[in-house]
Design a protein around this ligand. Structure first.
Ligand code: FES
Length: 147
């Protein structure tokens, strides 16, 4: 029988879990908005085929000043939309729950197709915070670009 210490088991879990989380967040397609400012189309985020109608994905990238940026791309029957994934309350990163973007910090909810506020922090009215910021999104030759 092989004996594994709790410490070794915990070290193994810590080594595996971050890789699993990164895979789920589409971080393979990191982008740079600094690069976007210098090109006509913007910064390449992903292939158009990566986002089906009715789906959203979150991408991590860098702003023109080098800060981390989270972008939510949502495709609807009306088109493709890009939102700043930072909650407009205090800046926590939103996550996708079906057709809603949910902030883990104080529970604000936003529509994934428009960025509009559904519920403000701690159940306050939608008018208590601003909708998510938007990026200009362009599709060209099977690729998605944002500016
Ligand atoms: S930071 Fe998102 S609800 Fe407070």
């Amino acid at each position: 029988m092989i004996k594994v210490s709790r410490r070794k088991l915990l070290q193994t879990a810590v080594a595996i879990i971050p890789g699993f989380l990164l895979t789920g967040m589409n971080t393979a397609q990191a982008f740079s908005l600094k690069e976007a400012a210098a090109t006509k189309l913007g910064s390449l985020v992903d292939k158009s085929s990566a986002i089906k109608v009715g789906k959203s994905h979150i991408y991590n990238g860098q702003s023109a000043t080098g800060q981390q940026v989270k972008v939510v791309l949502t495709r609807t029957k009306k088109g493709l939309f890009a939102f700043n994934g930072a909650c407009t309350h205090q800046g926590c990163g939103v996550s996708i729950q079906g057709s809603t973007l949910v902030c883990p910090c104080h529970g604000s909810k936003f529509k994934a197709d428009t960025g509009a506020v559904v519920t403000g922090p701690n159940g306050s009215p939608p008018s208590s915070i601003s909708p998510l910021g938007k990026f200009k999104v362009t599709e060209s030759k099977g690729n998605i670009y944002i500016k």
